[in-house]
Design a protein around this ligand. Sequence first.
Ligand code: NAD
Length: 356
Amino acid sequence: MEAFAQMGSMGHEQVLFVNNPDVGLRAIIGIHDTTLGPSLGGCRLYPYASEREALRDVLRLSRGMTYKAAVAGLDLGGGKSVIIGDPGIKSEALFRAFGRAIEGLGGRYITAEDMNTNVDDMNNIRRETRWVTGTGQATGGSGDPSPVTAWGVFSGIRATLEVVFGSPDVRGKKVAIQGVGHVGYYLAGYLHEAGAQLYYTDINGSSLRRCVDAYGGEVVDGEAFFGLDVDVLAPCAIGGIVNEHTIPQIKAPIIAGGANNQLNEEQRDGEALLERGITYAPDYVINAGGLINVYAELKGLPRDKAMDDAGAIFTTVKDIINRAKSEGVTTIRAANALAEDRIEKVGRIQRSYLPS
Ligand SMILES: NC(=O)c1ccc[n+]([C@@H]2O[C@H](COP(=O)([O-])OP(=O)(O)OC[C@H]3O[C@@H](n4cnc5c(N)ncnc54)[C@H](O)[C@@H]3O)[C@@H](O)[C@H]2O)c1
């Protein structure tokens, strides 16, 4: 499909191709929808096999950000960027050149860390533009967002428990976490403090040891994760893990974790979970704490405020699950409808002329 046709079918406003051969920069910035505010989303550095693949990724990811910001109640639109390149070859000039391209958009796109980019890269972008978040605390950034993300996930787990078991109480509940890196580790801490019985799996032995040393709990084999007899499966590692192979193994009544893109095929896998009576807390709703954190950074709000707002994910998750139940649809569909409602309604306020 041609670029305009793809943009049209997914509803994108603008796509910028950035080329700077002097520093080896080839990047694409996707701005999906700015009805609610400037588009915001991370910058992913990845050795895409083709330009087509890079374009597909940036279009898909930027649209996802529109929905995430809308459901989280933020005044932000959806954007994302990809740099086509080798994550092993980074330079100051690469990110500064990218920063200049962002500056040229005048604030319509704000970037942040994503796969293969880090605080140092954001600091280099910051030298050319102020439209960047997630810079180091030394430059006024908010630092690691994962404690806030994990707090949102914890709140979403409590909400899901309330709908399924009639109480949000985590005490005595068995929760299995896949991936105890940044988000999974903090989530384990909150769950441990609330009295949950914890199980973990990770491909990294030292991450597992760190978690067991801090919070106790039991290490389980990765292969066994989906068949565990627990109350909650909390995927906090990679995407695509809820799929046609894993769904038949699932015994837990709840899937609620921080990983992005948990359903391999949103429609098909969402329906399969619904049919099996498994309650799924939509990933982009429950893991919005990271975005809430950078939004607080942009607005100059303290971390406490970000934590409070991430805590409000409790209500959002509960409302979405209840809406899905009453309409007999998947929770992802209910979440998407909530996002579209908000964009449509807030969009209406812009119809009247405002003298400057
Ligand atoms: N960091 C945030 O604030 C944030 C915000 C929103 C969403 N997310 C999403 O949450 C997930 C985790 O993010 P993170 O920042 O904690 O990443 P991370 O890299 O710090 O942690 C991921 C952990 O998962 C483990 N892992 C990788 N593949 C695995 C597998 N197949 N089985 C078991 N464990 C595996 C890794 O060893 C690592 O310990 C990602 O999907 C990310 O996109 C993170």
